[in-house]
Design a protein around this ligand. Sequence first.
Ligand code: GUN
Ligand code: ZN
Length: 409
Amino acid sequence: MIVFFEEGQNVESLSQEWGFETSDVEQLEPHEFFMPGMVDTHIHASQYAYSGTHLDLPLLDWLNTYTFPVESRYEDLDFAKDVYTKVVKRTLCNGTTTACYFATIHTEASLLLGQIADDFGQRAFIGKVCMDRNSMVPDYKELTEECKDETDRFIHELLKKKYALVKPVVTPRFAISCSSTLLSNLGKIAKNNDLHIQSHISENKEEVQFVKELFPDCTSYTDVYVKHGLLTDKTVMAHGCYLTDEELKIFHERGAAVSHCPNSNISLISGMLNVRNVLNHKVKLGLGTDVAGGYSSSMLDAIRRAVDTSKALCMQDAHLQPLSYKEAFRLATLGGSEVLSLDDRTGNFEEGKDFDALRVNICVPGSPIDLFPGDDPEVILEKFLNLGDDRNIVEVYVAGKQVVPFPDF
Ligand code: GUN
Ligand code: ZN
């Protein structure tokens, strides 16, 4: 739902009605509106350091050549602080009010990411990455027992901080990086602490084949996660390009969710998710930037790429219905909230929910959007989704608090 200002309404009356703070009280013009904040259901905060580069290898080579060497640097807390501050600020400016982050294997740096998200007022899930095998960077993996203990410590320490909007998420990197023992331990940790779980699934054909070889007793990639207690109604799995209908049925039955990351899927030439098929199976679905397999940290980009991918699939199958901009908008907002089981609190402006919102102004100086007589609210929203950027997002609110422009600390 979008709120265009009606005559006589202003930010002050709205702030009283919805109980949010605002330092800037003024009548909004017709070219300004509020929309729900966007939810990035899959983003690697640590990979922001090289976003926009290194997109010339397929997934498994890409991980060993570029990703693991950079992620291994987060033992250095100065480096971590620099990158994590920049990614939280950048995503907030881009209108991401909720982010589901992968950090790295390092507990201290992962806790620091939680602190930075809290400092800047972003709603966030933070995952200390778990991996105990198949890394070609010798230092960039943990021993199985150590990984379990550090995950326990991370969860305990993060919960101890009692951040209002920042929570831990159990994060096995993917089945290739984790032994069966580690996966089982993580399934137990998630269950015992009633936590969210995030990982990757069926992103790339070579990956799917390797998982088959590693887990010969499992009937599918999905079955690997099911057997280890990792596919629950609080699970979000990124990609899913090669999930079969059988696997999608299991996702639906278990209430598990898919994060569609179209920029990354194209950039790493991984695959094209048939979003329509996922929706037809009534599987919870949201969008993710997957920084830095995806080169953009903007959910507006994710919306555009999701529509483009669905149109590209239509060129191969004339019976498919492409994703409309309204459907993509829903995936980026309420869809993402459903994926993260936050839809009782965020995702739209239903009464009783928190005010996670963007104030959008189409006519800021230097705006990339031109309006013409007769452009009605729907046209204005479509233009913003297709042409707009952070210059148009003049204020961001999370749980009623203004977080953009940034306060002076
Ligand atoms: N699969 C396992 N790890 C990763 C990662 O960091 N990025 C992407 N795109 N896929 C993965
Ligand atoms: Zn990812």
